[in-house]
Design a protein around this ligand. Structure first.
Ligand SMILES: Cc1cc2nc3c(=O)[nH]c(=O)nc-3n(C[C@H](O)[C@H](O)[C@H](O)COP(=O)(O)OP(=O)(O)OC[C@H]3O[C@@H](n4cnc5c(N)ncnc54)[C@H](O)[C@@H]3O)c2cc1C
Length: 154
């Protein structure tokens, strides 16, 4: 079987689920395309440390292509999946391009919820991405700076 005739597995999401599934299939006779809207794997449990300036962003994120560099049956594709057509077995990316698959694995994770109260978001921002962590860190550090410059001790 040549590479082009191998079954094509598309995995959407390079988080814990997608990345570990990809690695577990390193010896399988499949051609894998790992699609993620970010080109890095993010170790989410350490986002708190980035948000509180204990760690920097590169300490908890690693490029997917670097992690999978030795794995011959995988290609990494950067892109946001916007739709899936099960009839034609194709996914569509935000840039309008399409990608066909034989088997699709959805590993897109979850997001936080405000239980129907989206107005809470302003006071309780989410912490799921590096952008979220850096925004929170800026807010925390600026609060300390303002406290430092405050003449009224009370
Ligand atoms: C702050 C924080 C602390 C945590 N601490 C712990 C802990 O201490 N212990 C623990 O066990 N768990 C912890 N967790 C939970 C753990 O991180 C998650 O359970 C785990 O990351 C889920 O893995 P996943 O692969 O399902 O999803 P994710 O890791 O969220 O990965 C989903 C991937 O899919 C990609 N994606 C999503 N939608 C699309 C799309 N449309 N197109 C392309 N790509 C897409 C995303 O970019 C992402 O890379 C924590 C989570 C957070 C946020």
């Amino acid at each position: 079987m040549t590479r082009d005739t191998l079954p094509h597995l598309v995995i959407i999401g390079g988080g814990f689920a997608g990345l570990w599934a990809t690695r577990a299939l390193a010896s399988a006779r499949v051609r894998i395309t790992l699609v993620d809207r970010r080109n890095h794997h993010l170790f989410q449990p350490l986002l708190y440390q980035v948000a509180t300036a204990g760690l920097s962003a590169p300490d908890i994120a690693a490029p997917l292509r670097h992690i999978l560099g030795d794995q011959r049956n995988v290609e990494v594709r950067l892109g946001e999946v916007t739709s899936i057509d099960k009839q034609t077995r194709q996914i569509t990316l935000a840039d309008g391009s399409h990608l066909g698959y034989d088997t699709l694995m959805l590993c897109t994770g979850a997001t936080h919820a405000y239980f129907g109260h989206d107005e809470w978001a302003a006071d309780a921002p989410g912490l799921k991405t590096l952008d979220d962590a850096i925004a929170l860190r800026r807010k925390l550090l600026l609060a300390f700076e303002r406290a430092e410059a405050e003449p009224d001790p009370a």
